[in-house]
Design a protein around this ligand. Structure first.
Ligand code: LLP
Length: 438
């Protein structure tokens, strides 16, 4: 977090609050989110892309009612990918015009909510969906003067250098319409043939936790190429296709070695490419939209755990591995088990001058893959009862949390200028019982 430091006695301070006080008040494990860190990263993106761009926060990375309010305050747009995220945004009266709906298998109910809610755009992802939408605009009477704004999700054929599960623009995966195979152009034709739909943009998302900006650049280049071909075929579209959306995916630093590009660098290179190539083709330069999730919410959150057991396990005659077990684990952070993700962990309740010892931080769940941090160094005098903090857990941890082994989800607490407020309370045993039928 941008507002983290150590107090006089060495304990971790988050936005002017002492992590020991937070733990005493809210219990562990808990997630602590630095509000001004989140807001400042929204501002960084807004400043980087300027008035010619549009920044959508990707709600799938983390969403709560309070975060929706912050986004509204900051003038951000919001991407949702389910009816659940949409309903949350609308329940906080987030401006519908600034919402975009994504998803590779949207239900009729989700599409209906988006159409009735008059959101900014629906990003269509399949021919089936175009058919479903066509039926819907008919039954909702949304043709002629009042068409539904849509974008086409294009598979641009980029191999993003990231984990296989989170790369999304190579051909062999479920998202989007293939550019090379001609499906993207066909999707555009079908949309144009329907007076109830209005094509407002082209969309690409190449993957997540990306460090190499060239993938975005190739995607931008290919979307401009598609735009040029479309405008050749249908010159009247110049006024309606106003947006090229390059998706999310900007990586963040999880460890000291990670050097992700900045929002500024991303904005500069994308703006430069799109502007140059559109001008060369005689096109009006469209708005460049981006959809960062992780880069906004990831870095400003830490998960605080209490150490419960410490065990030295003999590996061979000469080596041991120290297993540090905490009171959470794969139910609040599945990313290590799922993507082999790496995190930085620190002793939070005090400082220590003891020598660093190689450790593995593991959770409380009933499987050996329940690892929070595979390899890290913690002081040799680490003791049961100490608090440790895992950094950069704001994105894709809480939202992917589960009740595995009937473990309640932790609370999420926001901190700002010395004040802490619960944003999402800890689940209780009663919460877990509420689905039971007699
Ligand atoms: N836009 C679209 C269409 C997306 O599918 C995604 C992420 C984003 C934006 C935001 O990407 P970001 O800026 O956060 O990288 N659970 C995985 C990440 C899955 C990302 C899915 N789509 C993880 O924990 O790494």
């Amino acid at each position: 977090p941008r507002h983290a430091g150590r107090g006089a006695d060495g304990a971790l301070q988050l936005a002017g609050t002492d992590v020991r006080d937070l733990a005493a008040e809210f219990g562990t494990p808990m997630m602590v989110m630095d509000e001004l860190d989140f807001r400042s990263r929204c501002q960084d993106f807004a400043d980087a892309f300027g008035s010619a761009g549009q920044v959508h926060y990707a709600g799938k990375a983390f969403l709560s009612g309070r975060v929706v309010d912050w986004l509204a305050d900051e003038g951000m747009a919001l991407d949702v990918c389910t009816g659940g995220e949409l309903a949350l945004a609308l329940s906080r009266e987030f401006p519908a015009q600034r919402i975009t709906l994504h998803g590779s298998n949207k239900s009729t109910a989700e599409l209906t909510a988006a159409v009735r809610g008059r959101i900014g755009a629906i990003v269509v992802d399949s021919f089936d969906e175009i058919g479903r939408l066509a039926g819907l605009v008919e039954s909702e009477g949304r043709n002629g003067a009042d068409p539904v704004p849509v974008m086409v999700r294009v598979t641009v054929g980029v191999e993003a250098h990231t984990h296989e599960f989170i790369a999304t623009a190579h051909e062999d995966q479920k998202f989007g319409f293939s550019l090379a195979g001609g499906d993207a152009a066909e999707a555009v034709r079908r949309i144009l043939a329907n007076s109830g739909l209005r094509l407002v943009g082209l969309h690409s998302h190449i993957g997540s936790q990306i460090f190499d900006p060239s993938g975005f650049e190739v995607a931008a280049h290919r979307l401009v190429g598609l735009l040029r071909d479309l405008l050749d075929e249908h010159p009247a579209l110049t006024d309606t296709i106003t947006t090229l959306d390059l998706g999310g995916g900007l990586g963040i630093a999880y460890t000291e070695e990670d050097r992700p590009p900045t929002a500024d660098a991303m904005a500069k290179s994308l703006t430069e490419i799109v502007t140059r190539e559109c001008q060369a083709a005689g096109l009006v330069v469209p708005t460049i939209a981006v959809e960062p999730g992780r880069a906004i919410v990831g870095p400003g959150t830490v998960t605080v755990y209490e150490v419960g057991t410490i065990k030295d396990v003999a590996l061979d005659g000469r080596h041991t591995r120290r297993y540090v077990s905490v009171d959470g684990g794969m139910s609040d952070n599945i990313r290590t088990a799922l993507y082999d993700a790496d995190y930085t962990v620190t002793l939070a309740s005090r400082s220590s001058d003891a020598a660093p010892v190689r450790c593995r931080v593991v959770g409380r769940h009933c499987e050996s893959g329940d690892i929070v941090v595979r390899d890290c160094y913690l002081p040799a005098d680490l003791a049961v009862g100490d608090l440790i903090a895992v950094a950069a857990t704001g994105a894709y941890c809480y939202v992917m949390a589960s009740n595995y082994n009937r473990v309640p989800r932790p609370p999420v607490v926001t901190v700002r200028e010395g004040t802490a407020r619960v944003m999402l309370r800890r689940e209780t045993d009663d919460d877990l019982l509420r689905l039971e039928m007699p």
